[in-house]
Design a protein around this ligand. Structure first.
Ligand SMILES: Nc1ncnc2c1ncn2[C@@H]1O[C@H](COP(=O)(O)OP(=O)(O)OP(=O)(O)O)[C@@H](O)[C@H]1O
Ligand SMILES: [Mg+2]
Length: 240
């Protein structure tokens, strides 16, 4: 088997004296969709941000595409083909849809940016109809599409998505998850997806990890994890 695109070994992270990650091992292979599920406060967002270098991993090692990126500055990490759609969308509310997208292009301009934008519009046609609208006035679902679209503007190899379904109606969640799947199939884009919506996430993903209190407690195929009674009890009760 080829080396994973992303490999975390024994990664810890702290906020002051509080340890948020307690020795995480995780791998994402080229072309996979991998999901990380876990309860509020488990450390999911911290894990995503640690991959990008803020906060820094204190122990352990993070490798991307065969290179040790553990101590690289965040902008250097992002330049290597990672892109993140952070939790809470973090779009620029006063900028137009078009300007928000360009912020994600990281200096790619002219025809390159235009070509990336066309790919984003193929995925989310609604954004094209709203190019001049201010980000802050988009609906929640449209803002999430914009956040994902912005991350895609740099043509990443690895897309980090932190709770894209948060606060969205089931129909919009299906649209967004459908778009992620289509993109993965069409372009081979590798995706690490953080979700509380465990049912949808495990159905979409090739593999999943469960994070409890800063440590991975379970790992396996998406379907395999979905079938486990302890997953059903902890993350799927009350329906989907
Ligand atoms: N900037 C910060 N300073 C101090 N503690 C933090 C900071 N950010 C997160 N934490 C703490 O680290 C722990 C993990 O938080 P994190 O945001 O990674 O959880 P999460 O799994 O993403 O949760 P959620 O599902 O609610 O988004 C929590 O106890 C949180 O309070
Ligand atoms: Mg979070």
């Amino acid at each position: 088997m080829t080396a994973p695109l992303l490999r975390l070994s024994g990664v810890t992270a702290y906020y002051g004296a509080i340890q948020a990650l307690k020795g995480v091992d995780l791998e994402v292979h080229q072309g996979e969709i991998v999901t990380l599920i876990g309860a509020n406060g488990a450390g999911k967002s911290t894990l995503m941000m640690t991959i990008c270098g803020t906060p820094r991993a204190r122990d352990g090692r993070i490798e991307y595409d065969g290179t040790d990126i553990t101590r690289l500055p965040t902008h250097e990490i992002m330049r290597r083909g990672l892109a993140q759609a952070p939790e809470g969308r973090r779009i620029f509310p006063r900028m137009s849809v078009q300007e928000n997208l360009l912020m994600g292009a990281h200096g790619r301009t002219g025809p390159h940016a235009a070509a990336s934008a066309e790919e984003v519009f193929a995925l989310f046609p609604r954004l094209k109809e709203r190019l001049e609208q201010r980000g802050g006035t988009l609906s929640g679902g449209e803002q999430q599409m914009l956040a994902i679209g912005r991350a895609l503007m740099s043509r990443p190899r690895l897309l980090l998505l932190d709770e894209p379904s948060l606060g969205l109606a089931p129909l919009v969640v299906r649209q967004i998850f459908g778009a992620i799947r289509d993109l993965n199939r069409a372009t081979g884009l590798t995706v690490l997806l953080v979700e509380q919506n465990a049912y949808q996430a495990l159905r979409l993903a090739n593999r999943g990890y469960v994070l409890v209190n800063g440590a991975i407690t379970m790992a396996g195929g998406g379907a395999e994890l979905l079938a486990r009674p302890e997953i059903r009890a902890a993350y799927l009760e009350g329906g989907h």
